[in-house]
Design a protein around this ligand. Sequence first.
Ligand SMILES: [Zn+2]
Length: 204
Amino acid sequence: MDTIEKLTEIFKEFPGIGERQAKRFVYFLMAKNSDYAEGLSLLIKELRKDTMQCSQCFRFFVSPNLKKEKVCEICADKNIDSSTLMIVEKDSDLESINKSRVYNGKYFILGGLIPIIEKNTNKTVRINELIKKIPNEKSLKEIILAFSLNPQGNHTDFYIRNQLKDILKSSAIKISSLGRGLSTGTELEYSDNDTLKNALKNRQ
Ligand SMILES: [Zn+2]
């Protein structure tokens, strides 16, 4: 494989990027001057250095004092409502909801949606981490499943409810899903504030 092919393969792994777009990225980089590529590769390196993953919600965050902080600023916020835990697919979903300010509870990033035909689910999403976390959340009253409204999102919703059935059976913790207010096919991260507010109000 030559360098163009190698880089194309890497870009193809990016979310939503196909072969043709990946190749366009590579040609775009070649057309730019060398400072551009230099700057880009430096930023990629720093991204690994300056960020870490929150031990509570699993989001990636920039930590000013990297060695000490293991918990992100959202999870560390004393004003957060710890009676609700919202499960989202990915970092960008959390970011959209957090920015919209319609929700003030805790988060958990599942790390993906579950494909309808999938065997090794435990390896692709953080279901074990979620199951382990729930008993430690002493003031938890409600789990809100907040996935995009598409077949994979619905399947994931169903799957999580099923997986949590046993540990929720003996507790007073409710489980609800966003849905009403989001129209079919809606990507959570691109929803506007009013849509998110409605979806949250009409959760069931
Ligand atoms: Zn966090």
